[in-house]
Design a protein around this ligand. Structure first.
Ligand code: ADP
Ligand code: ZN
Length: 515
């Protein structure tokens, strides 16, 4: 049998495997059940294409995107591989050619659109199928955004053919993973591979929001002439920021889902061909962006989950040269993201999973040690401190915040869990505001106990308490802060809390050198 390495070079024209590919190819070729999680662009298709060439018979590839499927088939055919696709877009001739090759046993890869799974089952039982590869396996998840009901047929097909199955996805969260295992592997754990999530050339940084527009402007000013993306939480902000950047002499454009399709395409094209354009965009910008030399990505508002964060910063530095990111976050972001989840239409268990994904991102924002280590550990990869994030550059100044957190929790409980951070800070620092007097909160034992700490520092403490999910804004009480279960051990003195002293005046780091 030829060596994988030899085929990698002779058929695919690559000299080396990407991280993870070699071991996945080996397991899939050996016929082990495999679930491989790799980021978009990580090179998943090779992980079933190459084993298909090493195994007898034909490999069935289920993939949800017809255009992508046809692209891959064309590429394989150009490389001299017998491959075909059965989709609704086929001509009769194409279909007949595929059946002929199946019959003569020469076809090596058969791509199948999910909607063909039902009608093709009989034909597939007669063909010499030796492996099923499932691309975009997260489409089997009913909670996911890409759910494809037809994917639910795959498990049955695997049982009836009695062949090994290898599933591939870029979606790494545990719920999706579990669902894939249940639906595609009948609940029997396959071999899991989680590889290639690290993007070592991307510098990671978070900053608490403090005059956010100014923060974005100075970040961009230090990177003048470089292509960048500013992700914004609202359409209005994309336009406001693009104008502001324009006034500072940058080439900048707004991009959001409310713009005409033609306008949007115009911005996409400009971004692709122009050097140094800044696009201020909502998350609508990104799917089709394939620009290798995006030098930076900034978030003017906190993304909605750790997965979105990873995907959005991942658009920077595809060329492998140094790239920078900066994510701004503040209590308003946390409140907004929580209420978006709470007010959404998802079932309760999905909402609690979404809160968990948001918590993972907040934990990253408030991290005390290397951000990359923390990010990768979320995806299940282990790593050493990276030396390329703001916390490796400059370890945060921390303090034992247990006492402060207890004071804050006490203020929350004694005021009936009915107020936001502003009023609570007034109570803690002993300010005699109208509201304080009206409610007689100056009579509380908590009144003024936190005087020694600046209101600004208290804001940072409350933000971190929200980030640690010790308190949550209650959407039914106008975002009033309520204590969570996680805070009880702290209140009872069984747990301590380490907090960061925010250095809001931290100097910006120098821009990454352009190529
Ligand atoms: P995914 O499906 O994981 O998003 P693809 O399989 O489409 O990624 O691969 C992304 C790109 O990487 C493709 O252009 C592919 O040709 C290229 N690629 C894959 N493996 C290698 C390799 N070992 N060496 C160089 N380029 C590779
Ligand atoms: Zn680091």
């Amino acid at each position: 049998m030829p060596e994988p390495q030899a085929i990698l070079a002779s058929v695919f024209g690559f000299s080396d495997f990407r991280p993870g590919q070699g071991e996945i190819v080996e397991a899939v070729t050996a016929g082990e059940p495999v679930l491989a999680i790799m980021p978009t662009g990580g090179g998943k298709s090779l992980c079933y294409q190459l084993p298909a060439l090493l195994r007898d018979g034909v490999t069935l590839v289920v993939s949800p995107l017809i255009a992508l499927m046809r692209d891959q088939v064309r590429g394989l055919q150009e490389a001299g591989v017998a491959a075909g696709a059965l989709t609704s877009a086929n001509t009769e001739d194409e279909t007949r050619a595929i059946f002929d090759q199946l019959e003569s046993g020469t076809l090596k890869l058969l791509y199948l659109a999910p909607e063909r799974l039902g009608s093709a089952a009989g034909m597939l039982r007669r063909a010499n199928v030796s492996l099923i590869a499932v691309d975009e396996a997260h489409c089997v998840s009913q909670w996911g955004h890409d759910f494809r009901p037809d994917y639910l047929r795959i498990g049955e097909l695997r049982r009836s053919l009695g062949v090994p199955l290898a599933a591939f996805t870029a979606t790494a969260d545990a719920e999706t993973r579990d669902e894939i295992v249940t639906r595609l592997f009948d609940g029997v754990e396959p071999r899991m591979f989680l590889r290639g999530f690290d993007r070592p050339n991307i510098h990671l940084a978070f900053r608490p929001k403090d005059k956010p527009r100014q923060q974005i402007l100075s970040f961009a000013a230090a990177r003048k002439g470089q292509s960048g993306i500013v992700y914004c939480g609202t359409r209005a902000k994309t336009e406001g920021l693009a104008d502001a950047l324009g006034r500072e002499g940058h080439a900048a454009a707004a991009y959001h889902g409310g713009m005409e399709a033609e306008q949007r395409r115009h911005v996409e094209t400009r971004f692709a061909v122009e050097d140094g354009l800044i696009v201020c965009a909502t998350v609508a910008f990104g799917m089709g962006v394939d620009k290798p030399d995006i030098r930076w990505v900034a978030h003017a508002d906190l993304p909605k989950s750790i997965e979105s964060y990873y995907q959005e910063i991942g658009r920077a530095g595809r060329d492998g040269a140094p790239a920078e990111t900066m994510t701004l976050y503040g209590p308003d972001d946390i409140r907004l993201r929580r209420s978006q989840i709470d007010e959404g239409l998802a079932p309760p268990e999905r909402k609690s999973a979404d809160h968990g994904r948001l918590n993972a991102l907040l934990g990253l924002a408030e991290a005390l040690g290397c951000r990359r280590q923390r990010l990768l550990s979320y995806f299940g990869e282990t790593a050493e401190p990276c030396g390329n994030c703001d916390l490796c550059d400059r370890p945060p100044d921390t303090f034992d915040g247990t006492e402060a957190v207890r004071m804050a929790l006490s203020a929350i409980l004694r005021t009936g869990e009915y107020f936001g951070a502003g009023h609570l800070i007034d109570v803690l620092t002993g300010r005699q505001t109208e509201k304080v007097k009206q409610r007689s909160h100056d009579d509380l034992p908590t009144f003024g106990v936190g005087r020694a700490t600046q209101p600004r520092q208290w804001q940072a403490i409350f933000r971190q308490m929200m980030g640690l999910d010790l308190v949550r804004p209650d959407p039914e009480r106008h975002g009033a802060l309520r204590m969570t279960e996680a805070a009880r051990p702290v209140l009872r003195g069984e747990d301590s809390v380490t907090l960061r002293r925010d250095v809001l005046t931290a100097t910006d780091r120098p821009a990454a050198k352009a190529l």
